[in-house]
Structures are given as C-alpha cells and as structure tokens.
Write a protein that binds this ligand. Structure first.
Ligand code: 6PG
Length: 241
C-alpha cells in the first residue's frame, strides 16, 4: 500500500483528483476508455465536485469514461442516500455525462435480482472477459468496512460472485456491493480517507494482525500487485505507529 499523507482535506482531494486524471488518461491512451467504480458516502462528494470544477474538468475527455458504483444503498435513485443520486448531482450533471456511460444499480428490483443484474451489466461491459476496472475508488468506514463489505457479513467470504446484496442488521437496510474479489481484479485501487474519526480504523486495517471479519478493508489486495494508493489527511493517520 502507498500512503499519500496531506496536511488538509483540500490537499488530499487535490492529490486524488490529480491521480484520477493521470490514471484515466493512461487508460484512455492504453485502451481507448476508462472504467471507474465510484465510492459513495460523504467523503468522495467533494472529490467529484472538484473533478467537475474548472480546475480539473478540461484535463480529461469525459466522453471516454464509464462510471460504475462499487456499492449502492438499496434505496430509490431519487433518495438522498443513493450514491448514484450524489454522483449525478455533483459529477454527471455538471459534466453532462452521457447517461449511457453511467451504470447504476437497479434498486427497483429485489436486492438479489439487483445484484445479479449488476453482475450481468458488468460482465457485458467487459465483453465476457475478466472484469478488471481501471480504477476502483474506496472509502473506509469507522468500523473498517469498505464498499459495503461490513464486519461479520457473509459477503466477506464470497469468492465466485462479483456483486452481492448484503443486509445490515443494525441499520435494517440492504446494500449492493462489489465483492473483494471483484475489487482486487482492478488495475488500480485508491482509498480516500480523511478525518480523525477514521484514525482507529486506519490503524486497525493497516497495522493490526489480519482479522478480515473485524477489519474487512484488509481484504483489499490487488491481484495484479499494484499496491492500493491511500489518500489521507494527517488526522486520519494519527494512530499509525
Ligand atoms: C457507502 C460507501 C462506504 C463509505 C464508507 C465511508 O456507500 O457508504 O461506499 O463504503 O466509503 O462508509 O463513508 P463516509 O465517507 O461517509 O465516511
């Protein structure tokens, strides 16, 4: 893993925005397009806004980018909790992204059907080849989950499927998530983690002995050997030895 530590959140976001642009341009140069799985929650919202800003938006040919979601809350797309809705508001709409280039989870289906259909969508996009995203963006929950790979959920042990529904008992909600094995196939993986509230999770994931039930983000080990890039601020790493 490569730690990119910055003093302020603004610098973290600028660092990751620059990395996003670089990775995208390399993928477009190499094979004509860039496939990215976006992370959700609150942390990446500022990143997406920054990418859509005057500072960055002209550094990429957005017509060559295909957007997926590493996980999604099982709510209607119009629901404020929807990761799709967040990205639409701050990234897709401001950049007038072609809706055909945005692959949202169909949360009108049952959780199982939504996962199966998303798996099919991904398989079709990759033309039946091994689904290897150019970039998977990830966040980190303060309980060490990433995507919707939550502690003590059965999805942590999934090896065959690429997308699964997961029921969060404490929140009584479903999520649809990439499995660790799908994430680990990616060419590049980047974590965006900032704020003191994440410091214990960062320590647990990076420094505690392997305990993927408690620290699911420890499941993230890219198969192609390129270490994940972590973009963090100093408060988030204050517990690192
Ligand atoms: C989601 C995310 C999730 C997120 C972490 C951190 O759908 O919520 O994909 O994995 O990255 O929960 O969330 P915050 O950035 O809101 O702290």
């Amino acid at each position: 893993m490569k730690l990119n530590i910055f003093d302020t959140v603004e610098e973290v976001l600028a660092g990751l925005a620059t990395y996003f642009i670089k990775t995208a341009n390399e993928a477009i140069a190499a094979h004509g397009h860039f496939s990215v799985a976006l992370s959700g929650g609150s942390s990446p919202k500022k990143l997406y806004s920054l990418l859509a800003s005057e500072t960055y938006k002209n550094q990429l040919d957005w017509t060559k980018i295909y957007f997926f979601f590493g996980d999604e809350r099982y709510v209607p797309h119009a629901n404020p909790a929807s990761n799709y809705q967040m990205a639409k508001k701050v990234l897709f709409d401001p950049l007038a992204i072609n809706p055909d280039h945005v692959f949202a989870v169909n949360t009108l289906l049952s959780p199982q059907e939504a996962a199966e259909q998303y798996m099919h969508t991904i398989r079709t996009f990759f033309k039946g080849n091994d689904p290897r995203f150019d970039l998977v963006l990830l966040g980190l929950g303060d309980n060490s989950h990433t995507a919707s790979l939550f502690p003590y959920t059965s999805v942590l042990h999934e090896v065959d499927a690429t997308v699964k529904p997961v029921f969060l008992k404490d929140q009584q909600v479903y999520r649809i998530t990439f499995t660790a094995s799908l994430i680990n196939k990616a060419h590049h993986i980047a974590f965006l983690v900032y704020g003191e509230s994440k410091a214990l999770a960062v320590h647990n994931v990076l420094e505690e002995d392997t305990d993927t039930q408690n620290y699911p983000a420890q499941l993230i080990h890219p198969f192609n050997g390129i270490p994940p890039e972590w973009f963090v601020d100093k408060p988030a790493v204050k517990n690192l030895q």
